[in-house]
Design a protein around this ligand. Structure first.
Ligand code: ATP
Length: 439
């Protein structure tokens, strides 16, 4: 694996962003757990997306549908037929499985053994509902969250008195029995999706294609506003032959990961396919004013963009940035996450540990801030070392409590990016940090 990726993975493990699932039992199947810092990062991403969708945009409401749904939903959506299956070949000798479209040779890429004929493999995870494990009780963990939105279209329309065009946003877990998971948290078997479905009219002067262009632009802007550099982001128009049969248009938003350009989000014009199909299968009329609404979808995975934001933020500064300390000038790591994404907003650091009057004051400041911002208190090691520990996890501000604090009731605020320091009165701290963090 790429050197940079190994460094990011190591940082994530060491500093409590991401742990392998069931690690004390040797890990499990491309599943990962988000640790105390990872969960804050993920929560920030989800909150920013949710606020962007439901607060910034007019006529956009939220939903939280269940993971388990009637198997009839998957019949109607096409997931039980060939559509959601990958073609697999298996090596007769080592029994490894490969996606047909990913292998270039006719022999096993691992052991050169003979391969079986391709077989369809459905990516949905089966489960049983109730006490009897028979066909009647069989259902699936949802492989995408959007079906929960389609089947609630009428409920939302009626209860919220919505009018076309309007949208429904949802964040929730999805499961795919991926054959080739990998690249750390890029492709996993259990992940969270943030999906928005925009219902619009094919007859209106603002056409579904106009809405498609609008959402594509909005989504690109969102990444740029959160610190992704322009040169690391691109939108690729997917040609007809590579799209799902019902998709009228598809743009993949891609990020330049250390392992190459990869999709992070899809923007799809799904036409009237979803609501027509659910109308047909459920025998419910899902039309609005005598037409079936068309759907523009934006769909993104939280783990996948967490990795994109981490890759974008990771910096190594050779020789160190801290010119004032006598510490050996080694490589320093800076996680330059956008302030709204940073898991820890402020760290409270007494200048030295063995002066009770300083640690007592620092604890007071910590208690004052901790109900407003995610904070850490750290008194171990030299102040320079503590700054570096905070830089490595992207903490926006370090607040140092020193002997002047005791006389003047102010603290030093050190900015992560500029390393500039200023003194701020303790009574003004919440206000000043709120302004600086724009929260
Ligand atoms: P890929 O082929 O890259 O796995 P896809 O084309 O199957 O993705 P979609 O079905 O369009 O993806 O899903 C929309 C988004 O959901 C993706 O852009 C990605 O961010 C996320 N996603 C899909 N599958 C996974 C997965 N296995 N792990 C993490 N995120 C995923």
């Amino acid at each position: 694996m790429d050197d940079l990726m190994l460094k990011i993975i190591s940082l994530c493990k060491r500093r409590g962003f991401v742990f392998p699932s069931s690690e004390i039992y040797g890990g499990f199947s491309s599943c990962y757990d988000f640790g105390p810092l990872g969960v804050e990062l993920k929560r920030n991403i989800k909150n920013l997306w949710w606020d962007e969708m439901t607060k910034k945009h007019k006529a956009l409401v939220g939903l939280d549908a269940s993971i388990l749904m009637s198997p009839k939903v998957w019949q109607a959506s096409g997931h039980l037929s060939a559509g959601f299956a990958d073609e697999l070949v298996e090596c007769k000798k080592c029994h490894k499985r490969f996606k047909l479209d990913e292998i270039k040779t006719k022999k096993c890429p691992e052991c050169n053994g003979v391969l079986t004929k391709p077989k369809k493999f459905n990516l949905m995870m089966k489960t049983f509902v109730g006490s009897v494990e028979d066909e009647a009780a069989k259902t699936y963990l949802r492989p995408e969250t959007c079906q929960g939105i389609y089947v609630n279209f009428l409920n939302v329309l009626d209860t919220m008195r919505m009018k076309i065009p309007f949208g429904i946003a949802q964040i929730g877990k999805a499961f795919r029995n991926e054959i080739t998971p990998g690249n750390y948290i890029f492709r996993v078997r259990e992940f969270e999706q943030m999906e928005m479905q925009w219902f619009c009219s094919p007859k209106a002067s603002k056409t579904p294609d106009d809405w498609f262009n609008y959402w594509k632009k909005e989504r690109l802007k969102w990444y740029l506003n959160l610190g992704i550099k322009k040169e690391n982001l691109r939108a690729i128009e997917i040609p007809k032959k590579e799209r799902a049969h019902y998709a009228k248009r598809q743009v993949d938003i891609e990020y330049k990961f250390p392992f190459g350009w990869k999709e992070i989000e899809g923007v799809h014009n799904r036409g009237d396919w979803d609501l027509s199909n659910h109308s047909k299968h459920s025998k419910q009329d899902l039309s609005f004013e005598n037409y079936i609404p068309h759907i523009i979808e934006t769909s993104v995975g939280v783990e996948r963009i967490s990795l994109a934001f981490l890759c974008e933020a990771y910096q190594e500064i050779a020789g160190g940035r801290t010119k004032t300390t006598k510490a050996i000038k080694e490589k320093e790591v800076l996680l330059k996450l956008h302030k709204k994404l940073a898991p820890i907003k402020a760290a409270v650091l007494p200048l030295v540990k063995n002066k009770p009057e300083l640690t007592k004051k620092a604890q007071e400041v910590y208690q004052l801030l901790k109900t407003n911002f995610t904070c850490q208190y750290d008194e171990n090691g030299s102040i320079g070392k503590r700054y570096r520990r905070q830089d490595e996890i992207g903490t926006c501000f370090c607040l140092t409590i020193d002997f002047d604090t005791l006389k003047q009731n102010d603290v030093t605020i050190r900015d992560r990016d500029t390393m500039k320091q200023e003194r701020v009165k303790i009574k003004d701290l919440v206000k000043v940090l709120t302004e600086k963090l724009d929260v």
